[in-house]
Design a protein around this ligand. Structure first.
Ligand code: F0G
Length: 460
């Protein structure tokens, strides 16, 4: 008898979007025009788009139906109250302020919580999150466990905090200089690596006595819950829904980019439990986003988000979502492609240092590899290495992260298993020809978040 291990998507497809297949000369020209930056490609030149899982999900028929229920009143939209209720029920936070996307919430949170000279510890940086902390006068410190900085290290919870690193910061600066610890679920820059429930509980126990708050970057929380359910002893019988709520219960508030987990194309929110902080934030949101009952979103966007949040915590959904990512990762492992392990929640991260050992980091190996992957078959990926890391705001020096990765991010409910096969084959083809890949030179560097708009030239 065959054992039943397979998963299948818990949906069927009602509408399709046709893809365009381009030729090799067309792709060479397109990436050259884009300055070897996949963010500057036109989407119409892309065959399979793995640039990001942000805002690229397919919405369900229920979400589309919800769009028709948009209440576009300037103030007090019915969709706001629906979204508020869902956030309270699913995540357990008391207050919710909608924002146009995650970084809108990060901006407001940073302004409310950070004073000049404050220290913000976090389990690895995220680009926009760190920048908002810095713009508010804070200084970010990485307190993730060392294993997270090694793509080849197989640790089940590479998103865990090293409490000794946090303790050292408390000793050096004093707890009163640390308003909160910023905790990301399935840490994006580490390769979609989860934090364990045990580590989060221990962090809570340690910080509570010191009066340090915990703010969650809850962008991919359901995916993190899946790894707890499947890897952490004692949680196998728990539902994704209950794990999500438990994660939030150890924190004081959260910023959310609903463009990922919550299955919408735009939107986010800030969630808080403290009334004073909420009042300040709901005042500030008026300046940057819009009234506190719409925060830069249309009523219909809030409705789609409320429905998407409920769909995102279904066990069947998450099992298929991460099942597809793992399927692609396993294929690439069979072809000996060096990837970050364990396989993360939202994509496969190729280790460009091991893929292109002949290129040193100043030649932007991950950026060059992303360009080559596009040229091979029109698959768009993105760099997560020295370009993304940017420069130290004070000294102007390049941050040189240990991880030099190319991210193949899988949009939710968009591509099929056959697409995964085509992707793996293309990566394998580039791998076979890797010795021919030369590095890049940066010829234009924007001041903020340079990876989005920087331009490069091929080294001859
Ligand atoms: N936090 C994390 C962990 C993220 O991955 C992102 C966005 C944000 C915050 C900011 O949210 O884009 O809605 O303003 N990540 C996208 C990505 C851009 O491609 O990984 P946003």
């Amino acid at each position: 008898m065959m054992k039943k291990h397979s998963w299948a998507e818990p949906y069927k497809i009602k509408m399709v979007e046709l893809l365009k297949i381009t030729t090799l000369p067309q792709r060479r020209k397109a990436i050259d025009n884009a300055g070897y930056n996949t963010f500057l490609l036109k989407s119409e030149d892309v065959y399979i788009d793995l640039l990001t899982d942000s805002g690229t999900s397919a919405m369900s028929d229920q979400q589309w139906a919800g769009m028709m229920l948009g209440d576009e009143a300037y103030a007090g939209s019915a969709n706001f109250y629906h979204l508020e209720k869902v956030v309270q029920e699913v995540y357990g936070y008391k207050y919710m302020i909608p924002t146009h996307q995650g970084r809108g919430a990060e901006n407001i949170l940073s302004q409310v919580m950070i004073k000049k000279g404050d220290i913000i510890p976090g389990n690895m940086y995220f680009t926009t999150t760190r920048l908002h902390q810095e713009l508010a006068g804070g200084v970010f410190h990485d307190i993730i466990i060392e294993e997270a900085h090694d793509a080849a290290n197989y640790h089940p919870f590479k998103g865990d905090v090293d409490l000794n690193k946090l303790e050292a910061l408390v000793k050096e600066y004093g707890a009163d200089k640390i308003p909160y610890v910023c905790i990301a679920v399935t840490v994006n820059m580490a390769g979609g690596q989860p934090i364990s429930m045990g580590n989060l509980k221990a962090l809570r126990a340690y910080t509570e006595n010191l009066g340090i708050k915990i703010i969650l970057d809850m962008t991919r929380i359901a995916e993190n819950a899946y790894f707890i359910q499947n890897r952490e002893p004692g949680y196998a019988q728990r539902s994704i829904r209950s794990l999500v709520k438990e994660i939030c219960s150890y924190t004081d508030g959260a910023t959310m980019s609903a463009k990922k987990d919550a299955l919408v194309n735009i939107g986010g929110f800030l969630a808080l439990n403290n009334t004073d902080a909420y009042e300040e934030a709901s005042n500030l949101v008026v300046v940057y986003e819009g009234l506190h009952t719409y925060g830069g979103l249309a009523g219909r966007d809030m409705e789609a988000m409320a429905i998407g949040i409920k769909e995102s915590i279904s066990d069947a959904h998450i099992k298929a979502r991460i099942g597809q990512v793992i399927y692609l990762g396993e294929q690439m492992k069979q072809m000996d492609i060096p990837i970050t392990e364990p396989i993360g929640g939202h994509g496969i991260f190729i280790d460009a240092k091991r893929f292109l050992p002949h290129l040193h980091q100043e030649l932007f190996p991950a950026q060059a590899l992303a360009a080559e992957l596009f040229i091979d078959a029109g698959i768009r990926t993105m760099e997560r290495g020295i370009v993304s890391a940017g420069r130290n705001a004070k000294t102007g020096e390049n941050y040189c992260p240990k991880l030099e990765l190319v991210r193949l991010t899988i949009p939710r409910r968009v591509y099929t298993q056959a697409h995964m096969d085509v992707i793996a084959e293309s990566v394998c083809n580039v791998y076979d020809n890797r010795k021919k890949i030369k590095g890049l030179k940066m010829v234009y560097e924007p001041k903020y978040l340079r990876f989005f708009q920087a331009r490069f030239e091929k080294i001859k």
